[in-house]
Design a protein around this ligand. Sequence first.
Ligand SMILES: Cc1cc2nc3c(=O)[nH]c(=O)nc-3n(C[C@H](O)[C@H](O)[C@H](O)COP(=O)(O)OP(=O)(O)OC[C@H]3O[C@@H](n4cnc5c(N)ncnc54)[C@H](O)[C@@H]3O)c2cc1C
Length: 289
Amino acid sequence: MKNESLIGQQGIGSVYAGPQGALKTSEQIDAFIAKGSGKGLFTLPTTFLKCAGAPLKMTFTTLSRLKNSGKRDAFDLQFMTPFANRVFTVPVYNDFVVNRWAEQGVTVNYQRELTAIDAAAKQAYFTDLNGSVFKEDYDFIHVVPPMSAPDAVRHSGLTWQEGPFAHDWLEVDQYTLQHRRYPNIFGIGDVAGIPLGKTAASVKLQAPVLESNILSYLTGSELTAKFNGYTSCPLITAIGKAVLAEFGYGNVLMPSFGFIDPTEESWAVWVMEEKMLQPAYNAMLLGKV
Ligand SMILES: Cc1cc2nc3c(=O)[nH]c(=O)nc-3n(C[C@H](O)[C@H](O)[C@H](O)COP(=O)(O)OP(=O)(O)OC[C@H]3O[C@@H](n4cnc5c(N)ncnc54)[C@H](O)[C@@H]3O)c2cc1C
């Protein structure tokens, strides 16, 4: 983000700015609610992004906090998406979210890419697909920055040369994770220029694919292990409820648990997100799961 120091000031928040930024974002939401009325904007970039559910979760949790305050009706919440017809790539989850927001009085504005903020004036500028600029006043804005692989990767000559990942993400095959021009290079995690998979849950499934394919490459064998695009996000729909979104390439749903409907919200998924994910991720980092 160009000016991260603004997070936590003038109604600006971003959960993408690390733990401290998330804390400051929460404080800005508290201040927004304490005003008793106002307008909140929630943005989405045009780029691929880490956990594409997070911008939606921020909207849902703010809504929940507003409802709990008893003053929901005094607030105007608007979601600004740069895309012409979606807020999320997987249609079943997109439709769920858009329909729920329609019931909850959250306005979705399409073709609105955040291009500038005048923090002192609390005004945000959005551009549509034709380049027209729209100014919006706000009391709180949740900013999701455009994302790319880190500069060391972007400037390495290893990124895609064309297509949707061009110059920003590592040029690997979406199935084998092998670099498309340099066969002795493989990619894993968020840097990979593949259509899905920017979640920690994806990395867990990519790791064994990568290991198997590197071993095959070193022994001159065919690369047979394939990453299926598995992406997982406990999509919080309210404080106390969530949908366990799990999907892969082709937007195929990939539920892990027979007892959880991947399209229904439930308190069980919320408990899973609240209590189990952090230990699971920590165990994953230690190679225990
Ligand atoms: C707000 C948010 C919510 C999320 N929610 C979920 C979720 O619910 N479930 C889920 O599975 N995933 C979630 N994710 C995604 C998950 O965090 C990432 O997919 C995961 O961390 C990817 O791991 P990674 O190692 O590829 O990248 P990172 O975790 O980004 O690690 C890359 C590391 O490389 C370091 N680095 C960068 N440049 C250099 C350099 N030049 N030299 C040395 N080091 C460098 C960075 O500092 C960083 O530590 C979320 C992410 C965010 C931001």
